[in-house]
Ligand binder design. Structure first.
Ligand SMILES: *[C@@H]1O[C@H](CO)[C@@H](O)[C@H](O)[C@H]1NC(C)=O
Ligand SMILES: *[C@@H]1O[C@H](CO)[C@@H](O)[C@H](O)[C@H]1NC(C)=O
Ligand SMILES: *[C@@H]1O[C@H](CO)[C@@H](O)[C@H](O)[C@H]1NC(C)=O
Ligand SMILES: *[C@@H]1O[C@H](CO)[C@@H](O)[C@H](O)[C@H]1NC(C)=O
Ligand SMILES: *[C@@H]1O[C@H](CO)[C@@H](O)[C@H](O)[C@H]1NC(C)=O
Length: 820
């Protein structure tokens, strides 16, 4: 009987021949691969080249090496083992051949087509990724961890692609794990072979093991980034079990695939996730994705094919239900450039998304960009977007380029509208704001709320004002007390407390956290260990309230970059953030990895606005997480009533060193929510909700007291950088229908200043327990006012990419002192 290897020898030979001779030809042929850079550029041919912020030809210029994107990427803090590393054991030895080619990791890979051929690696750490190639001659492998089957990987692909990520797992319990990859000898019918390749294995070691592995490999593979030693990293375990007496539970399930810098609920099942351009593990059309739809029921993610760099964009819904994501960053040339990603300058981007096109699984919809007709009048990085009472969006402030803390050179102290308006003599062009000019330096991502009288509250740095957008007047408010700065990078969080007819829809704002660090100090003078602020301030925005001024309270813990999630009960869950330092990365001295902040605050606290001052905070029954949520973290209420917690990435690109790029999702929910017997239920058949109209709902009180019912109409907002843009809760008036205690006649909001026209969610609250939410369209669902003259004037008076004119070569944020 022939030796099994001998029988497979011819095919291995043909494979090696293929790698050597045919593969380079394929690489050079633009039509052969959908993922070749040429193809990416062609697919974008409808985009005017100026939108790239540089001539197309620059792609071949000096700062770009025109290499083809492959998903092989080694995050900071991880270690790549080449296929020839002695830690990898190949059996049987003679079933494996080595292919050599300059395009492979370490110029080589191991390959086999033999059934049962395996590679084993015992590694110490918490994560591992397998990279190899795929082709029309590849078959199916099984991946085992500690001899337990984890998954099967089908390496078939119609075209040849190298350095593909075939398997990845992270956040294993820290310890020693055995990874085994076994060739099953099986293949899908159309595959011409059963090849399986090992090009590299990337290991994510936990801190204590990292030193050993890096020392071992420094000599062989050159420079490896060794992060500064730091002891306060939270333990690396995925699930937090809270004890039975607590009233909330926190669990970890799901990963976002793209880092969750920005999130917004777009349907009962889907949350849109928007990141900056970086090496996320989720890919689409041959490049890493930086947008995705996350299914809250199944924890599955679907990548979105975004075009422009959405780093630090703002967002909102419009009155017709469309979602917009505005502004961003230029192409970041030397790190996450167009060559790998095919991205274009996002500083003036309008990214339009129609949630109505998505099915329940989030299919059928994607982000639309058409800069020749849809763009901002001026470049904006860190701009705030607010839906107004006419259903359009106001766009406030931002920087004219990526950077860090704002200054007079980079400031964009203007307001514009989407769609553009001809207003106050500014025909679609940006309208200057004295307030935004005078609040430097720490004034990015200004806090803004539409007040119940149609005017707009704005806070930036230590200042606040009411902007009457219809009259173009600014009314200054008392400064935030005690020198606390509340906007980026001294980031605090803010909520408009619930609006209700019981106090004639009084608008009361609450702002929590931030920092007193002097915003004129240079980054290198600021320390990651300087304490954040624990201050919360609140003020009623009526003449009498403004006269009384800010009411000052203290949170139990100081927090910079907290998130505030309004519950249907009117309570506010404050979570995430850090106890010291400031927002951003790569700027301050004593950085933790790249993080400007340290001491993540791991326990949420609830603010109860209806209690007396001094007893409004409680952490009773709230579990403590072990996942740090520092810069670029988010949290949002979702329609099923839970709080989704995601993100954290104080890094230039995906990193597995402290503080790592975090993809894990946590869910915070009151324990009663899983008790079907006691959770109230409601039937809400209304979908459109004209102002002043009435509608009927039926409620299953589930034993709850019928005297303690509230109907909460909520905008779940657009969440990024501690801002919950458009976050809003309006309690709707209702009365019982006839003698039935569970049939209610509900009054829609009286006018568009109380709740601006656009999508919302209705939760019925019975005895402080809330139902699953039902979607409604407040207003008539029509488009926001469109002024074609203002649009023409905006297009005539602006060009795309007004600020930079070209690709920024650098790191986007944190250029002053970025390392690595
Ligand atoms: C594999 O076994 C080791 C030692 O028993 C253990 O520490 C580790 O957690 C296991 N890994 C997995 C993925 O089960
Ligand atoms: C303003 O900020 C930009 C971007 O961070 C920086 O390049 C520039 O030097 C700063 N200008 C001044 C005057 O500080
Ligand atoms: C809601 O409607 C469904 C189907 O019509 C019905 O089975 C259920 O009892 C209703 N629930 C309430 C609270 O009225
Ligand atoms: C909603 O309005 C915006 C702004 O006018 C428009 O661009 C968008 O296409 C509209 N959405 C739909 C679904 O028509
Ligand atoms: C914008 O451009 C138009 C020409 O299309 C011009 O008439 C108008 O004055 C410009 N507006 C501003 C504010 O510059």
């Amino acid at each position: 009987m022939a030796h099994p290897f001998l029988s497979s020898l011819p095919s291995i030979l043909s494979f090696v021949l293929f790698v050597f001779f045919v593969y380079p030809v394929i690489l050079a042929s633009p039509s052969a691969q959908a993922t070749a850079p040429e193809a990416i550029v062609r697919a974008r041919a409808d985009v005017p080249s100026a939108w790239n912020g540089r001539p197309e030809d620059d792609v071949t210029g000096d700062s770009y090496s025109r290499t083809h994107f492959t998903p092989y990427y080694v995050p900071t803090g991880s270690v790549s083992l080449d296929d020839e590393d002695p830690l990898l054991t190949y059996t049987p030895d003679d079933a494996w051949a080595t292919a050599r080619h300059p395009a492979l990791v370490g110029r080589s890979m191991h390959t086999t087509s033999q059934t049962g051929a395996r590679v084993d690696l015992t590694f110490s750490g918490i994560g591992v990724e397998w990279f190899g190639s795929v082709s029309a001659k590849h078959g199916i492998a099984e991946v085992y961890l500690n001899d337990t089957l984890n998954t099967k990987v089908d390496a078939y692909h119609a075209t040849w692609m190298k350095r593909q990520r075939l398997f990845g797992i992270d956040h294993l319990p820290f310890g020693s794990h055995r990874l085994s990859i076994v060739n099953t000898g099986k293949k899908r019918t159309k595959s011409g072979g059963t090849f399986i390749d090992i090009d590299a294995i990337v290991v994510n070691p936990a801190d204590n093991s990292r030193k050993a592995i890096t020392q071992r490999h420094l000599g062989i593979f050159g420079s490896l980034f060794a992060p500064p030693p730091h002891t306060e990293q939270p333990p690396q375990h995925a699930v937090v079990e809270t004890n039975a007496v607590t009233s909330w539970s926190l669990s970890q399930s799901g990963e976002t695939g793209v880092h969750a810098m920005q999130v917004s609920v777009i349907s009962a099942t889907q949350v849109i996730i928007i990141d900056k351009v970086e090496h996320n593990p989720l890919t689409i059309n041959g490049h890493p994705a930086w947008g995705a739809l996350y299914d809250v029921r199944t924890n599955k993610v679907r990548p979105l094919d975004m075009h422009s760099n959405s780093f630090c964009a703002g967002g909102s819904f419009l009155s017709n239900g469309s979602f917009i994501n505005l502004g961003g960053n230029p192409v970041v040339g030397d790190k996450t450039g167009a060559t790998d990603f095919g991205d274009v300058n996002g500083l003036q981007a309008v990214r339009l998304f129609h949630p109505d096109l998505c099915d329940e699984e989030g299919r059928g919809c994607d982000i639309v960009e058409a800069p020749h007709k849809l763009r901002l009048a001026s470049p904006r990085w860190y701009n705030t977007v607010l839906r107004l009472d006419d259903g359009s969006a106001m766009i406030l402030g931002g920087s004219t380029r990526g950077g860090w803390i704002n200054n007079a050179t980079t400031n964009n102290p203007t307001i514009e509208y989407f769609p553009p308006k001809n207003i106050h003599g500014f025909n679609g062009v940006p309208i200057p704001s004295l307030f935004l000019a005078e609040t430097l330096n720490s004034n990015l991502f200004p806090i803004a709320f539409l007040l119940s009288d149609g005017r707009v509250f704005v806070a930036a740095n230590q200042d606040a004002m009411i902007y009457d957008w219809k009259a173009h007047t600014e009314r200054r408010l008392p400064k935030i007390p005690n020198g606390v700065r509340v906007t980026y990078p001294m980031t605090g969080t803010a909520v408009l407390l619930p609006l209700s007819s019981t106090n004639n829809f009084a608008s009361i704002v609450l702002i929590c956290g931030g920092s007193t660090i002097d915003d004129t100090r240079a980054g290198y003078e600021i320390d990651s260990q300087e304490a954040a602020s624990s201050q919360c301030v609140r003020m009623e925005l009526s003449d009498a309230g403004i006269e009384r001024g800010w009411e000052v309270e203290q949170m139990p813990q100081a927090r910079v970059m907290p998130d505030s999630v309004l519950l249907p009960t009117g309570d506010v869950v404050i979570l995430n953030g850090a106890g010291t330092g400031i927002a951003g990365y790569g700027n301050v001295k004593d950085q933790i990895g790249f993080s400007n902040a340290d001491h993540p605050v791991l326990t949420p606290v609830i603010y109860r606005p209806s209690e007396q001052s001094g007893s409004r905070f409680t952490s009773e029954g709230l579990p403590t997480s072990n996942i740090a949520r520092v810069y670029h973290s988010v949290a949002t209420l979702v329609p099923d009533g839970r709080i989704m917690i995601a993100g954290s990435n104080p890094n230039l690109d995906r990193s597995s060193a402290q503080y790592e790029t975090e993809y894990r999702v946590e869910w915070l929910e009151p324990r009663w929510m899983n008790d079907d017997e006691t959770r109230p239920k409601a039937n809400i058949s209304v979908t459109g909700m004209p102002y002043g109209s009435t509608f009927t709902i039926t409620v299953n009180l589930n034993g709850g007291g019928s005297n303690n019912i509230k109907i909460a109409l909520m905008d779940l907002g657009f969440v990024t950088h501690s801002l919950h843009m458009n976050g809003r809760l309006v309690y709707l008036d209702f009365k019982h229908e006839g003698s039935s205690l569970s049939t209610l006649t509900v009054q829609a909001p009286p006018n568009p200043s109380i709740y601006p026209p656009g999508p919302g969610w209705i939760y019925v609250v019975v005895d402080d327990k809330w139902t699953v939410a039902s979607p409604v369209m407040v207003g008539d669902g029509s488009d926001p006012p469109e002024d074609l003259g203002a649009l023409e004037s905006m297009l005539a008076n602006s060009s795309v990419d007004e600020a930079s004119g070209k690709t920024v070569t650098g790191v986007g944020e944190g250029q002053e002192s970025a390392r690595g």
